[in-house]
Design a binder for this molecule. Structure first.
Ligand code: 5GP
Ligand code: MG
Ligand code: MG
Length: 186
C-alpha cells in the first residue's frame, strides 16, 4: 500500500515500513543483550490495540525466550487528550509476581498511560519493568518516563498507521503518517 491509495487522508509519511523494520531489528538486538543473563523467560506485555503490530514484528526478531500477554487500558475521557485517569479494560491473564516485564507500546504522547502502567505492574510485584515503544513525541511529554528501548522521536502531530488509529481506521497502514487535519476537523 502506498500513499497514493490514501488519497488526501495522510498529509505526510513520517516513518516508512522499511525504516520501522530496520529500527525494530536494532531494538530487538538491544533487548536480547539486556535480558541475556536472565534465567526466567521475559514477559512481553503488549498494550492493546495500538501495539499489536509492534509486538508482532518485534517478538519475531527476538532470540530471548518470552511469554506474551496483553492489556487494554483507556486513558482518555471524552476528548482526544490523555486524562491521566487510566482504566483497565482488559487485564493480563498472567501473574506478574517476580517476573521481568517488557511493556511494548505504539506511542508515548503525554506519557501518563505508561507511567501509570509501569507503577501498576511494580505494585503487583513484578521484578523489573522496562519499556519499549516504536514512537515518542518528546514535545508532548507531561511526566518523566524512562524509555528503555526507543524507535523514533516524532513531532507533536496526530499520527496514524502501523497500529495507530483514528476512530479505528488506518491501523493497517504499513507506515506511520500524519493524519490530514481536515479528516478530524482540525
Ligand atoms: P499518553 O498517555 O502517552 O498520552 O497516550 C498514550 C496513548 O494515546 C497511545 O498508546 C495511543 O493509543 C494514543 N495516542 C497518543 N498519540 C497518538 C497519535 O498521535 N495518534 C494516535 N492514533 N494515537 C495516539
Ligand atoms: Mg498505545
Ligand atoms: Mg486510539
Amino acid at each position: 500500500m502506498d500513499l497514493q491509495d490514501m488519497g488526501d487522508k495522510i498529509s505526510q509519511v513520517l516513518v516508512t515500513g522499511d525504516e520501522i523494520d530496520a529500527k525494530l531489528e536494532e531494538m530487538a538486538q538491544q533487548i536480547d543483550k539486556e535480558y541475556k543473563e536472565c534465567e526466567d523467560s521475559l514477559l512481553v506485555v503488549g498494550v492493546l490495540k495500538g501495539a499489536v503490530m509492534v509486538v508482532a514484528d518485534l517478538v519475531r526478531k527476538l532470540h530471548t525466550s518470552i511469554d506474551m500477554d496483553w492489556m487494554a487500558v483507556s486513558s482518555y475521557g471524552a476528548g482526544t487528550k490523555s486524562s491521566g485517569v487510566v482504566r483497565i479494560l482488559k487485564d493480563l491473564d498472567t501473574d506478574v509476581t517476580g517476573r521481568n516485564i517488557l511493556i511494548v507500546e505504539d506511542i508515548i504522547d503525554s506519557g501518563l498511560t505508561l507511567k501509570w502502567l509501569k507503577e501498576n505492574l511494580i505494585t503487583r510485584g513484578a521484578k523489573s519493568v522496562k519499556i519499549a515503544t516504536i514512537l515518542r513525541k518528546p514535545e508532548a511529554l507531561k511526566v518523566d518516563i524512562e524509555v528503555d528501548f526507543l524507535g523514533f522521536d516524532i513531532p507533536n502531530e496526530f499520527v496514524v498507521g502501523y497500529g495507530l488509529d483514528y476512530a479505528e481506521k488506518y491501523r493497517h497502514l504499513p507506515f506511520v503518517g500524519i493524519l490530514a487535519p481536515h479528516v478530524y476537523g482540525g
